[in-house]
Write a protein that binds this ligand. Structure first.
Ligand SMILES: [Mn+2]
Length: 426
């Protein structure tokens, strides 16, 4: 199914229009501080977040998986699902593919489907954390860090293949996340594992086209529970530097130990021009892959405050590649992704409302109370009217979740695809 512009415009007419008055109020309040609400509406409308191809099906745990029907069985159907989210929100204009789950059979046909939905291909993702059927080497004891030279070469060659597919699709970056590590003490020589990883990443970096970027993701634990070779931002940063200037660190919100100060990591990386990619999700305990903003919305706002500062003050840092990296064990994934996009844009809009001039003055005067007041004044502002105006301007639905239900999207997908299909992925 596809939602037309006219259907969405008609839906918008049926929506409550109070948000326009709410924006008038915000304009009169923030103009006094020199903050332009219409410029913020434009920035929010322009903000695009990639949807990963593996987030469109039901997620599961090692204990089980519950289907909900109408899942996309093919890459074409996955792109159509992203197209539906993008038509409603106008903020999901990019997709991030996972190889080998999404190897296109007909590159041109896939490009055409994406173009019809106004979607472009963001970072490609390689997979060396599981063995594929008929694999010639095993990743059981690691991939890029493996003690077995043939396994390392096999993993490097896989990444080269991902680059070739991505190049044909028009992608410009590769994200590498490694499960490599040790389950038990003594299993690995840490220094050899790190050196092997560095050598392998350098080979992958050398295989990238000149206009590509390499994003190196880190994670403290899981699936290995004793050590992970790229465990933190410092290790990723070090490896990125060892590869070259087009290699960057990728921050995934769920890949930190509890209470890590992620906003400080963001600030440090942007200061050094090395924050390349960003994965959104939320968590209570670990890498829980929960809906963005569902647990710690204030932490997300503080992170966005640093991202906004970095985007405005760090020309040495490229514009980051944004992606949602979450799982949806019992929610309709499309509804969950719409909720995540809403949370991301709310945190972004609130960060744009921070009175940076006043904050700088308060910091110079060491007025700690004032500093907190300035941040919380922005955080406590209801910005939902800004998001509504941004989406309407861009041709999306004022209330995407309400529209999704009004158009009975899930039922139509079940009618088209059936109840039993299962999307490829985890
Ligand atoms: Mn991630």
């Amino acid at each position: 199914m596809k939602l037309s512009k006219n259907e969405i415009a008609d839906f918008n007419k049926s929506c409550n229009q109070d948000y326009k008055h709410e924006n008038d109020f915000l304009r009169s309040k923030f103009t006094k501080k020199g903050i332009d609400i219409d410029a913020i509406i434009k920035k929010v409308a322009d903000f695009q977040v990639a949807i990963p191809s593996w987030a469109l099906g039901a997620g599961g745990t090692r204990f089980g998986r519950f289907s909900y029907g109408g899942e996309p069985a093919t890459l074409e159907q996955k792109l159509n699902d992203v197209g539906l989210i993008h038509a409603l929100t106008k903020s999901a204009g990019t997709v991030s593919l996972h190889i080998p789950w999404d190897i296109p059979e007909d590159i041109n046909a896939i490009k055409e489907i994406a173009a019809n939905h106004g979607i472009v291909f963001d970072a490609m993702n390689s997979n060396t954390f599981q063995d594929q059927p008929n694999a010639e080497e095993t990743y059981k004891y690691g991939s890029l860090n493996s003690t077995d030279k043939r396994a390392r070469e096999y993993a490097v060659e896989h990444n080269k293949e991902v680059i070739r597919i991505g190049k044909a699709l028009g992608s410009k970056s590769l994200t590498v996340w490694l499960a490599d590590g040790a389950s038990f003490p003594g299993q690995l020589n840490f220094q050899t594992a790190l050196k092997n990883t560095e050598d392998s990443l350098q080979q992958i970096y050398a295989a990238m086209p000149e206009d590509w970027k390499l994003f190196i993701e880190y994670k403290p634990y899981e699936p290995n529970f004793y050590s992970t070779t790229i465990q933190d931002w410092g290790t990723s940063f070090m490896l990125a530097n060892a590869c070259g200037e087009r290699a960057y660190t990728l921050v995934d919100l769920g890949h930190h130990l509890p209470n890590t100060n992620i906003e400080q990591i963001v600030a440090t990386l942007m200061h050094k021009g090395k924050l390349g990619g960003f994965h959104f999700n939320d968590s209570k305990y670990g890498d829980d892959d929960l809906t963005v903003g569902s647990i710690k919305p204030y932490a997300l706002f503080l992170i966005f405050n640093e991202l906004v500062y970095g985007m405005e003050n760090n020309p040495q840092n490229p514009y980051p590649a944004w992606m949602i990296d979450a799982s949806h064990n019992i929610k309709d994934p499309l509804e969950d992704l719409i909720q995540s996009l809403e949370a991301i844009l709310m945190a972004y809009a609130k960060a744009l409302l921070v009175d940076q001039k006043a904050l700088k003055t308060a910091q110079l005067e060491n007025d700690v109370v004032k500093c907190q007041e300035i941040l919380q004044d922005a955080y406590n502002t209801d910005v939902r009217s800004i998001l509504k105006a941004a989406r309407e301007q861009a041709g999306g639905a004022v209330d995407p979740l309400k529209a999704y239900r009004a158009f009975q999207v899930r039922q139509q997908l079940i009618d088209e695809r059936g109840l039993e299909v299962q999307a490829t992925g985890l």
